[in-house]
Write a protein that binds this ligand. Structure first.
Ligand code: HEC
Ligand code: HEC
Length: 175
């Protein structure tokens, strides 16, 4: 196959929405979710993890990364439904943001920051970036993604705290 044919075949294989960057923009806002899951860290977009991860996270909120994030049962259930509905493995999710790339079937990571896609897309930053005084943890998305609270993570909207810089090899893209 020529390169061009290969490219065309690849493009055809992609679902239409993966190619539309606009689709990578906000997921439907949910005030309860922002309130309950956005008080200690940014309310992570549900499209950052598959449903199986969210279910696992929502079963043990009392021991949530060494914090107690527990909520009353009806609220817990509503939050879980919101997460599952817009999860990264849901075909109807606003945007899957590539989070399922390279993830093994059935794998249910508890951290977005430990998914293969997250590691790969952030590799050009170098591990030192997480130690920057204004970052502190890779989970602190808002330090670089100014619109993280609205579920917006596109490369073009990244603002790195100085003096952080990207290595030459940029690898943006919504897939
Ligand atoms: C009481 C504080 C608190 C609340 C409330 C809270 N979390 Fe967290 N969460 C944490 C801490 C602390 C971490 C670990 C952060 C780090 O490693 O820097 C964390 C990490 C996470 C991570 C993993 C981040 C990564 O490394 O990829 C996810 C996903 C997450 N929380 C989801 C939720 C959801 C969903 C809710 C609402 C049900 C919630 N959190 C509510 C404290 C909280
Ligand atoms: C230290 C800064 C920093 C932090 C913290 C950070 N990111 Fe990023 N992120 C970047 C940079 C820089 C890029 C663009 C990489 C490129 O263009 O090569 C990026 C790219 C991305 C992309 C791909 C965007 C696209 O256009 O396809 C996603 C998705 C993403 N980050 C999610 C997250 C999430 C979720 C968190 C928190 C759990 C996070 N990032 C934390 C710097 C950061």
């Amino acid at each position: 196959m020529t390169r061009l044919m290969l490219l065309a075949a690849l493009l055809l294989a992609l679902p239409a929405r993966a190619m539309d960057r606009a689709q990578c923009l906000p997921y439907p806002a949910n005030a309860k979710y922002t309130e309950e899951c956005g008080s200690c860290h940014v309310a992570y977009s549900p499209s950052l993890l598959p449903a199986r991860s969210w279910r696992k996270i929502m079963t043990d909120l009392e021991r949530h990364f060494d914090s107690d994030a527990s909520v009353e049962e009806p609220v817990r259930l509503a939050l879980e439904q919101h997460l599952v509905e817009h999860a990264s493995d849901n075909e109807d999710a606003t945007c899957r943001m590539g989070m399922m790339n390279r993830m093994l079937e059935g794998e249910a990571p508890l951290r977005i920051t430990e998914t293969p896609y997250f590691r790969r897309i952030h590799r050009p930053l170098g591990a030192q970036a997480w130690k920057h005084a204004k970052v502190g943890s890779p989970a602190n998305c808002g330090a670089c993604h100014a619109k993280a609270a609205a579920g917006r993570y596109v490369s073009s909207e990244v603002r790195l705290p100085s003096p952080l810089k990207l290595a030459d090899r940029r690898m943006g893209g919504c897939m």
